[in-house]
Design a protein around this ligand. Structure first.
Ligand code: COA
Length: 149
Protein backbone atom coordinates (compact mmCIF):
# COMPACT_ATOMS: atom_id res chain seq x y z
CA UNK A 1 0.00 0.00 0.00
CA UNK A 2 1.52 3.34 -1.11
CA UNK A 3 1.00 6.01 1.44
CA UNK A 4 3.02 9.24 1.21
CA UNK A 5 6.46 10.68 0.36
CA UNK A 6 7.79 7.37 -0.95
CA UNK A 7 6.57 5.49 2.13
CA UNK A 8 4.55 2.32 1.86
CA UNK A 9 3.10 -0.33 4.15
CA UNK A 10 3.63 -3.88 2.95
CA UNK A 11 4.15 -7.40 4.24
CA UNK A 12 7.62 -8.05 5.63
CA UNK A 13 9.87 -10.48 3.81
CA UNK A 14 11.59 -13.42 5.52
CA UNK A 15 14.97 -11.71 5.09
CA UNK A 16 13.75 -8.76 7.17
CA UNK A 17 13.12 -10.86 10.29
CA UNK A 18 16.42 -10.01 11.98
CA UNK A 19 15.95 -6.27 11.42
CA UNK A 20 12.44 -6.47 12.83
CA UNK A 21 13.60 -8.26 15.97
CA UNK A 22 16.25 -5.59 16.43
CA UNK A 23 13.67 -2.81 16.02
CA UNK A 24 11.37 -4.45 18.60
CA UNK A 25 14.20 -4.89 21.09
CA UNK A 26 15.13 -1.21 20.71
CA UNK A 27 11.49 -0.30 21.35
CA UNK A 28 11.50 -2.40 24.52
CA UNK A 29 9.00 -4.97 23.22
CA UNK A 30 9.25 -8.74 23.78
CA UNK A 31 10.72 -10.93 21.03
CA UNK A 32 11.51 -14.26 22.67
CA UNK A 33 8.46 -16.08 21.31
CA UNK A 34 8.89 -14.53 17.83
CA UNK A 35 12.23 -16.24 17.41
CA UNK A 36 10.47 -19.61 17.89
CA UNK A 37 7.12 -18.90 16.26
CA UNK A 38 7.15 -17.96 12.59
CA UNK A 39 3.33 -17.76 12.47
CA UNK A 40 3.23 -14.07 13.31
CA UNK A 41 2.70 -12.08 10.11
CA UNK A 42 4.41 -8.71 9.95
CA UNK A 43 3.59 -5.53 8.10
CA UNK A 44 6.28 -2.90 7.77
CA UNK A 45 6.22 0.81 7.05
CA UNK A 46 9.13 1.28 4.71
CA UNK A 47 10.86 3.37 2.11
CA UNK A 48 12.97 1.83 -0.65
CA UNK A 49 15.96 1.55 1.65
CA UNK A 50 14.73 1.61 5.26
CA UNK A 51 12.20 0.05 7.62
CA UNK A 52 10.49 2.77 9.64
CA UNK A 53 8.18 0.68 11.78
CA UNK A 54 6.41 -2.65 12.07
CA UNK A 55 3.34 -4.41 13.43
CA UNK A 56 2.70 -8.11 14.03
CA UNK A 57 -0.55 -10.00 13.43
CA UNK A 58 -1.56 -13.43 14.76
CA UNK A 59 -4.78 -15.02 13.54
CA UNK A 60 -7.04 -17.08 15.80
CA UNK A 61 -10.10 -17.70 13.62
CA UNK A 62 -12.25 -14.58 13.66
CA UNK A 63 -10.03 -13.10 16.36
CA UNK A 64 -6.70 -11.47 15.76
CA UNK A 65 -3.93 -10.49 18.14
CA UNK A 66 -2.21 -7.31 17.04
CA UNK A 67 1.20 -7.00 18.64
CA UNK A 68 4.73 -5.67 18.29
CA UNK A 69 3.74 -2.22 17.04
CA UNK A 70 6.93 -0.18 16.95
CA UNK A 71 8.26 2.86 15.15
CA UNK A 72 11.93 3.89 15.04
CA UNK A 73 12.50 6.32 17.89
CA UNK A 74 13.65 9.14 15.60
CA UNK A 75 10.51 8.88 13.47
CA UNK A 76 7.74 8.92 16.05
CA UNK A 77 4.84 11.38 16.12
CA UNK A 78 4.56 11.52 12.33
CA UNK A 79 1.57 9.22 12.00
CA UNK A 80 3.53 6.06 11.17
CA UNK A 81 2.26 4.09 14.18
CA UNK A 82 -1.36 5.06 13.48
CA UNK A 83 -1.04 4.08 9.82
CA UNK A 84 0.53 0.75 10.74
CA UNK A 85 -2.26 0.01 13.21
CA UNK A 86 -4.93 0.85 10.64
CA UNK A 87 -3.17 -1.28 8.01
CA UNK A 88 -3.02 -4.20 10.47
CA UNK A 89 -6.77 -3.89 11.09
CA UNK A 90 -7.51 -3.79 7.34
CA UNK A 91 -5.23 -6.77 6.70
CA UNK A 92 -6.95 -8.67 9.53
CA UNK A 93 -10.41 -7.82 8.20
CA UNK A 94 -9.45 -8.90 4.69
CA UNK A 95 -8.33 -12.24 6.15
CA UNK A 96 -11.62 -12.83 7.98
CA UNK A 97 -10.95 -11.44 11.46
CA UNK A 98 -13.65 -9.31 13.08
CA UNK A 99 -12.31 -8.64 16.59
CA UNK A 100 -8.81 -7.34 17.29
CA UNK A 101 -7.11 -7.82 20.66
CA UNK A 102 -3.84 -6.42 21.92
CA UNK A 103 -1.76 -6.25 25.07
CA UNK A 104 0.07 -3.14 26.12
CA UNK A 105 2.09 -2.04 29.10
CA UNK A 106 2.86 1.57 28.16
CA UNK A 107 0.53 2.65 25.35
CA UNK A 108 -3.03 2.16 26.64
CA UNK A 109 -3.99 5.76 25.85
CA UNK A 110 -2.56 5.51 22.30
CA UNK A 111 -4.84 2.55 21.57
CA UNK A 112 -7.85 3.98 23.41
CA UNK A 113 -7.73 6.99 21.11
CA UNK A 114 -7.80 4.62 18.18
CA UNK A 115 -10.98 2.84 19.20
CA UNK A 116 -9.77 0.17 21.62
CA UNK A 117 -11.28 -0.42 25.02
CA UNK A 118 -10.00 -2.31 27.99
CA UNK A 119 -11.15 -5.87 28.69
CA UNK A 120 -10.97 -7.61 32.05
CA UNK A 121 -8.37 -10.33 31.73
CA UNK A 122 -10.85 -12.84 33.19
CA UNK A 123 -12.91 -12.31 30.01
CA UNK A 124 -10.03 -13.08 27.62
CA UNK A 125 -11.19 -15.36 24.79
CA UNK A 126 -9.48 -18.75 25.04
CA UNK A 127 -7.54 -18.54 21.73
CA UNK A 128 -6.02 -15.21 22.77
CA UNK A 129 -5.26 -16.51 26.27
CA UNK A 130 -3.45 -19.47 24.70
CA UNK A 131 -1.14 -17.29 22.64
CA UNK A 132 2.50 -17.18 23.68
CA UNK A 133 2.40 -13.41 23.98
CA UNK A 134 -0.52 -13.53 26.41
CA UNK A 135 0.44 -16.61 28.39
CA UNK A 136 4.18 -16.26 28.76
CA UNK A 137 5.78 -13.22 27.16
CA UNK A 138 3.84 -10.13 28.23
CA UNK A 139 3.86 -9.29 31.93
CA UNK A 140 0.64 -9.96 33.80
CA UNK A 141 0.42 -6.20 34.38
CA UNK A 142 -0.16 -5.67 30.64
CA UNK A 143 -3.59 -4.28 29.77
CA UNK A 144 -5.78 -6.29 27.37
CA UNK A 145 -7.71 -4.16 24.88
CA UNK A 146 -10.09 -4.93 22.03
CA UNK A 147 -12.07 -3.37 19.20
CA UNK A 148 -14.47 -4.61 16.57
CA UNK A 149 -12.91 -4.29 13.12
C1 COA B 1 3.42 3.64 20.29
C2 COA B 1 4.13 3.97 18.96
C3 COA B 1 4.07 2.76 18.04
C4 COA B 1 3.43 5.16 18.30
O1 COA B 1 4.02 5.38 17.04
P1 COA B 1 4.01 6.85 16.38
O2 COA B 1 4.42 6.70 14.97
O3 COA B 1 4.77 7.79 17.23
O4 COA B 1 2.45 7.20 16.50
P2 COA B 1 1.63 8.33 15.72
O5 COA B 1 2.59 9.35 15.18
O6 COA B 1 0.71 7.70 14.78
O7 COA B 1 0.77 8.94 16.90
C5 COA B 1 1.39 9.81 17.81
C6 COA B 1 0.43 10.10 18.94
O8 COA B 1 0.42 8.97 19.83
C7 COA B 1 0.82 9.39 21.12
N1 COA B 1 1.60 8.33 21.74
C8 COA B 1 2.73 7.78 21.31
N2 COA B 1 3.16 6.85 22.18
C9 COA B 1 2.24 6.81 23.18
C10 COA B 1 2.13 6.07 24.38
N3 COA B 1 3.04 5.16 24.74
N4 COA B 1 1.05 6.28 25.17
C11 COA B 1 0.12 7.19 24.82
N5 COA B 1 0.17 7.95 23.70
C12 COA B 1 1.24 7.76 22.90
C13 COA B 1 1.66 10.64 20.87
O9 COA B 1 1.70 11.45 22.02
C14 COA B 1 0.88 11.30 19.74
O10 COA B 1 -0.26 11.93 20.24
P3 COA B 1 -0.96 13.16 19.45
O11 COA B 1 -1.46 12.60 18.15
O12 COA B 1 -2.06 13.57 20.36
O13 COA B 1 0.12 14.17 19.27
C15 COA B 1 5.61 4.38 19.22
O14 COA B 1 5.63 5.41 20.19
C16 COA B 1 6.51 3.25 19.69
O15 COA B 1 7.13 2.55 18.88
N6 COA B 1 6.59 3.05 21.02
C17 COA B 1 7.43 1.98 21.60
C18 COA B 1 6.78 0.62 21.44
C19 COA B 1 5.37 0.54 22.02
O16 COA B 1 5.12 0.97 23.14
N7 COA B 1 4.44 -0.07 21.24
C20 COA B 1 3.04 -0.21 21.62
C21 COA B 1 2.78 -1.43 22.41
S1 COA B 1 2.59 -2.86 21.39
Amino acid sequence: MKWQDGKCIRQATGEEQTRLLHMLEEAGLPTSDLQKDPDTRFLVAATDDAILGCVGIEFYGSLVLIRSLAVSAALRNQGIGSNLLRAAEEFSYDHGARHAYLLTVTAEEFFRRRGYSRVERTLTPLPIASSAEYSSVCPSSAVLMTRHI
